[in-house]
Write a protein that binds this ligand. Sequence first.
Ligand code: FES
Length: 102
Amino acid sequence: MTKPKHHLFICSSVRASGEPQGICHKKQSMALLSYLQNEVRDRMLEGVEVAMTGCLNLCIRGPVMIDYPSGLWYQGINEGAIDAILDALEEGRVAEEYLIKE
Ligand code: FES
């Protein structure tokens, strides 16, 4: 595998203990991970990989998703947000409405 152009990580809320604690998993972030994986596959996006991550310590804005190597962080992730973010990614722009700017 080559380094992805966009590596999208959705917070699973998992802590070091292995237990999910926090907002993101309570707002179905694991189902959103599946949705994101399916969308990336259905859109046949080249160079886009998807993974989950532990708590990103920005729980109040969850579900949270980050994009590396761009370093963009997104908040309030739901299926509509994923659609908007992937649309923007395909068009070479950023989905500003979900972007964490501070
Ligand atoms: S649970 Fe997702 S940022 Fe903390």
